[in-house]
Design a protein around this ligand. Structure first.
Ligand code: ADP
Ligand code: MG
Length: 323
């Protein structure tokens, strides 16, 4: 099958959104942005053998690529609208392409996000997605907007993604149901679009957790020039993740990547609103710490357990300070 036939058979569909003036099939897509909004754009590339194991099923690759890319829009409080796809394939394997495109459209439809263009080339399997979304003018949540005294919250549960990946790569040490749950959390992280939109008017700074809670909070600390103190006993860890072992679960929650939850900071004046959104189950989020004055030249994230400082090493995990 030739490149243009692949595109028209597997990637071109009737246009749904009125905002799309021209979609796949011309040199460019033409897209309209509502006047009251700003365009928010993000790109992610996944390389086979590097970002996912080489034998990963095409449907898992498509779903995970889309979800992880959309997570960046969620962290800004944006609403997804369109995406483009850069697809580099070693060969035109029709059954692979068909499974990939079906899974991609299934997940994109769930988030009402339309494919409007892309590029198809031959080479080592690589998937690049660019997602486009909207925010109301000036409302996007950024990493540099944290303020001393802000409370830190995190959506959902932490650690599932890293636990899922480790179980996929090694021998399962948990029951089948837990194994399947955690594997699904890795393959299909849930972009927190609704949570992002729920907090957009109440939060100061936000980031999505792709590299691990501590590593990603460090970005907020640096950009906002504050220290961040986390009470590790408050971290939301799922029952499934707990099953892989207490300290291991904590390790995954603190430094394991792949959760794609949102960590966000809330000014004192909005904490009651956020707590009541949580109480009404309009938002699934947990208070885990605070932004405090930067004590040294470089802003830091500090993790406390029983009032004791944990030393976090992103390579080796966390250890108690030798006292
Ligand atoms: P050009 O040669 O003008 O750059 P291409 O041959 O790369 O155009 O693409 C033709 C059309 O198909 C364009 O509208 C492009 O956006 C679209 N397209 C190419 N590859 C993909 C893909 N993987 N997914 C979606 N659209 C694609
Ligand atoms: Mg062109």
């Amino acid at each position: 099958m030739k490149e243009f036939d692949i595109i028209s058979t597997y990637f071109q569909r009737p246009v749904k959104h009125a905002s799309i003036v021209k979609s796949i099939g011309d040199d460019c897509a033409i897209l309209s942005i509502p006047e009251s909004c700003q365009l928010v754009v993000s790109m992610d590339t996944l390389v086979s053998g590097r970002h996912f194991p080489e034998n990963t099923l095409p449907e898992h690759i498509a779903t995970r690529a889309f979800c992880t890319c959309l997570s960046d829009l969620a962290a800004m409080g944006a609403t997804p609208r369109w995406f483009t796809l850069g697809l580099t394939l070693p060969e035109a394997d029709i059954s692979w392409i068909s499974s990939f495109s079906h899974a991609l459209f299934d997940i994109a439809d769930e988030y009402d996000c339309e494919l409007v263009g892309g590029d198809t080339t031959q080479g080592p399997l690589t998937i690049t997605l660019q997602v486009h979304g909207f925010v109301t003018q000036g409302s996007a949540l950024t990493r540099d907007a944290g303020v001393e005294g802000d409370a830190v919250f995190v959506t959902g549960a932490l650690g599932d993604g890293a636990a899922g990946l480790e179980l996929l790569l090694s021998k399962p040490v948990v029951d089948d149901e837990t194994q399947q749950y955690l594997a699904r959390r890795f393959h299909r992280p849930e972009p927190q679009i609704i949570a992002g939109r729920t907090i957009v008017d109440y939060a100061n700074a936000a980031i999505d957790i792709s590299d691990g809670l501590v590593a990603d909070l460090q970005h907020i600390a640096r950009a906002s020039h504050v220290d961040i103190e986390i009470d590790v006993e408050k971290l939301p860890i799922s029952a499934a993740c707990q099953k892989v072992g207490g300290d291991k679960a904590l390790h995954y929650a603190l430094i394991g990547g792949d959760d794609y939850q949102i960590a966000f900071t809330v000014p004192r004046k909005n904490i009651d609103v956020v707590n009541s959104l949580v109480a009404q189950k309009k938002l699934n989020a947990t208070y885990i710490g605070e932004l405090v004055t930067c004590q040294e030249t470089y802003p830091k994230v500090r993790c406390l357990r029983d009032g004791q400082l944990l030393s976090i090493d992103n390579e080796k995990g966390y250890q108690h300070f030798a006292s």
